[in-house]
Design a protein. Structure first.
Length: 293
């Protein structure tokens, strides 16, 4: 299954592995996610600062650690949601009333993201086949449509938070290849599926700050061997260009918050907002075009 992009567990960077498995490429590093977490922290800090700076609530807030990341390498659902906004992809809890149809017929969805305590992983469809892309597994695991519903129900019973991935995912090689050439199941895979659920119960391993820094550095390196394996199937996606557009996107979002005009100046505020919205729409379209074959 070399055609499927699959990041194996490295340190405690499962949120990075989860997103990259979903998007099928090295779109995010732990450093990228840490930057997003910092932006979310700053935005929350600004909202809190609008009130009484001497209030007990505000002073207590200042003493609290970040709710969006920690020293183990864990990132919050808000970080994942923000990271996916650039592709207009949403994460909807499967417990949401809007998700009832997806819960009853999960085989018709595109992907799911699952979380328990500190661990994130992706379940995604390629062609007409489902795969468990959990980074603690040595390779992607084929899941039948029938088992998918049972598996998700078991995860829910064990306390997992499950999110439906809504939106168009970037084009990827695995989708093209497996759509035309589905993987044939064998007897060994049936046994793997029976054992696969138990393997998901492994606890998330905490690491110290030094180990985390080493993992962050390693996460930013290119895996040459994996690149060579995928070279014949590679698409024209320019990851450096995507990362630069993503950086500009978040900078523009910050500028929008900083430059927003009061409601008492409707003319100027309307012009600024319309321009910024147009620019963001143009950026979204540029990214969408760059992801096409």
């Amino acid at each position: 299954m070399d055609v499927i992009f699959h990041e194996k567990q490295e340190g405690s960077l499962c949120a990075q592995h989860c997103l990259n498995s979903l998007l099928q490429g090295s779109y995010y590093t732990a450093v990228d996610l840490a930057d997003i977490a910092h932006q979310l922290d700053e935005a929350e800090h600004s909202r809190m600062a609008e009130g009484d700076h001497q209030s007990v609530e505000y002073l207590t807030y200042l003493q609290q650690p970040s709710q969006n990341m920690d020293d183990s390498g864990f990132f919050s659902i808000q970080v994942l949601q923000t990271a996916l906004k650039i592709w207009n992809i949403e994460l909807i809890p499967i417990s949401n009333p809007q998700a009832q149809e997806a819960k009853l017929n999960p085989q018709y969805q595109n992907a799911f993201i699952c979380n328990l305590q500190q661990h994130w992983f992706t379940i995604r469809k390629f062609g007409q086949q489902w795969f468990n892309l959990n980074s603690i597994k040595s390779e992607p695991e084929l899941i039948t449509d029938t088992y998918l519903g049972i598996y998700l129900a078991q995860l829910e019973q064990e306390g997992y938070s499950i999110f439906i991935v809504v939106g168009e995912l970037p084009k990827c090689v695995a989708e093209q290849v497996l759509r035309d050439n589905p993987i044939q199941r064998n007897s060994n895979q049936s046994g793997q599926m029976r054992q696969g659920h138990a393997s998901n119960k492994r606890t998330h391993r905490y690491v110290g700050k030094e180990s985390l820094q080493a993992a962050l550095a390693a996460a930013d390196r290119v895996n040459v061997d994996e690149s060579r394996k995928r070279e014949d199937f590679d698409t024209t996606i320019n990851l450096d260009e995507i990362r630069e557009k993503r950086r500009l996107y978040y900078e523009r979002k910050e500028e929008t918050v900083t430059q927003k005009c009061p409601s008492s100046e409707p003319d100027g505020a309307t012009k600024t907002t319309d321009t910024e919205v147009l620019n963001e729409e143009m950026l979204q379209e540029a990214i969408r075009i760059s992801l096409q074959e």
